[in-house]
Design a protein around this ligand. Structure first.
Ligand code: C2E
Ligand code: CA
Ligand code: CA
Length: 399
């Protein structure tokens, strides 16, 4: 789409600034420009036309009557299909927060700019929009919903497999572990992610069956990989529901023993949940597992119930910093402080720390500079089946 074909609505209460903006847009070749003095006026105007005919709305935040945030909320609630550029003098942290809010309302955010805007900035934002083009609505795939019976049938038929996501040592760049993530290899629907089954299995108190199927396959994989000479540990997710059964630790110990796998090559990941009522039982299980040499990782550190309290009562060996803090750590100063403090804390507690959800080179580099021990995320690799993991490992160590 060329600038001359784009339709823009400018919402700005200051006459002079609005005038400047319109001039800049004309200079850039935009001809179809509408104007409004505040959110209310803009909304009234949008109600008289088909909103789809407006490609981009450039919106100030601080305005009388209806401010930019309220306007964005209305847009979101009315499911308007449009893109927005936010314009403001507010400070960066606040702008970033408004940007998050906009996306949460389902509005396509082209960019956020601090005032006064200059022509070059406006030009690059518009070309950004041009490159993205008006995305056709993604075809809404009817989400497949499985009943607990179907899922458990799959578990019993051993259709669930661990997929392995590499964990890389940030100092040496070597693969030193992998997290095993459950995938349902559905005979008709292919590979199905945990989102479609974990909660339901947990709610029905049947997670143990999946946990032990995973453990069984993971210890077999561990055996195979160690026989190949790989020095890696594999992490398995434990559900908190399972921890209240006092026989759990011994059953896990038995699975490892039978496969001839040294527990120190297996790490169990736990996240504390709201429903953790029987703390004593869980702590006993975890202490027993640790005593037998299993690694214990605190998963999703920093979120919900995975918090400081856990650090004081679980003899854990690894801290996994949740991906919500890791994603964009390179560009968000607040995240940087949180991640840095978590790493510092892990170091002082003498446990290793893993940054989860590393997606970009920038995040990777900054974590390296923060002396974080390990990284896991799409920047390195997505979870994959055992065969692909072996290929990946071979290729990686040949580098
Ligand atoms: P989790 O334990 O926090 O696992 C990490 C999740 O983040 C995985 O999702 C992984 O694929 C995803 N991930 C890894 N790197 C990136 C990245 O760079 N960007 C983004 N956006 N995501 C990344 P997955 O495999 O869908 O698993 C979701 C959750 O399901 C897991 O979260 C875990 O809580 C649960 N889960 C998976 N397998 C099992 C299992 O065998 N037992 C139990 N109890 N829970 C499991
Ligand atoms: Ca995990
Ligand atoms: Ca996690």
């Amino acid at each position: 789409m060329k600038a001359s074909e784009i339709t823009i609505l400018v919402i700005e209460d200051d006459d002079f600034q609005r005038g400047m903006l319109v001039k800049m847009l004309r200079y850039l070749g935009v001809t179809a420009i509408s104007e409004a003095e505040n959110g209310k006026q803009a909304l009234d105007f949008l109600h008289t036309i088909d909103t789809k005919t407006i490609d981009i709305i450039i919106c100030d935040l601080k305005m009388p009557e209806m401010d930019g945030m309220e306007f964005i909320r209305h847009l979101g609630q009315e499911n308007a299909i449009t893109s927005i550029i936010i314009l403001s003098t507010l400070d960066r942290v606040l702008l970033a927060s408004v940007a998050k809010m906009t996306v949460a309302y389902g509005i396509n955010l082209v960019g956020v700019v601090e005032k006064p805007i200059v022509v070059a900035q406006l030009e690059s934002l518009i070309s950004l929009y041009e490159r993205v083009e008006v995305k056709p609505e993604p075809a809404v795939m009817p989400a497949q919903v499985y009943s607990i019976e179907e899922i458990m049938h799959g578990v019993r038929a051993k259709q669930f497999e661990p997929f392995f996501q590499p964990k890389v040592d940030l100092k040496t760049d070597r693969i030193i572990g992998a997290e095993a993530l459950a995938r349902w290899i559905h005979p008709e629907h292919g590979v199905i992610a945990p989102y479609h089954f974990i909660n339901l299995i947990e709610q029905n108190n049947q997670i143990d069956e999946l946990t032990f199927l995973m453990l069984e396959k993971v210890v077999a994989a561990s055996r195979l990989l160690h026989d190949k000479g790989y020095d890696i540990s594999i992490s398995v997710n434990l559900s908190l529901n399972s921890l209240t059964d006092i026989t759990l630790a011994n059953r896990i110990i038995e699975v490892a023993r039978e496969a001839g796998v040294n527990p120190c090559h297996i790490i169990l990941e736990v996240t504390e949940s709201a429903a953790m009522t029987e703390v004593a039982l869980a702590l006993e299980n975890l202490a027993r597992l640790r005593m037998h040499g299993f690694g214990l990782a605190i998963d999703d550190y920093g979120t919900g119930y995975s918090s400081l309290q856990q650090l004081t009562r679980i003899a854990f060996s690894e801290l996994k910093i949740d991906q919500s803090f890791v994603k964009d750590v390179a560009i968000n100063p607040a995240l940087r402080i949180i991640v840095e403090s978590s790493i510092d804390m892990a170091n002082k507690l003498q446990v290793s720390c893993v940054a989860e959800g590393v997606e970009t080179k920038e995040d990777w580099d900054i974590l390296k500079s923060m002396s974080c021990n390990m990284a896991q995320g799409y920047f390195i690799a997505k979870p994959m089946n055992l065969t692909s993991f072996i290929e990946f490992y071979e290729g990686h160590s040949a580098l």
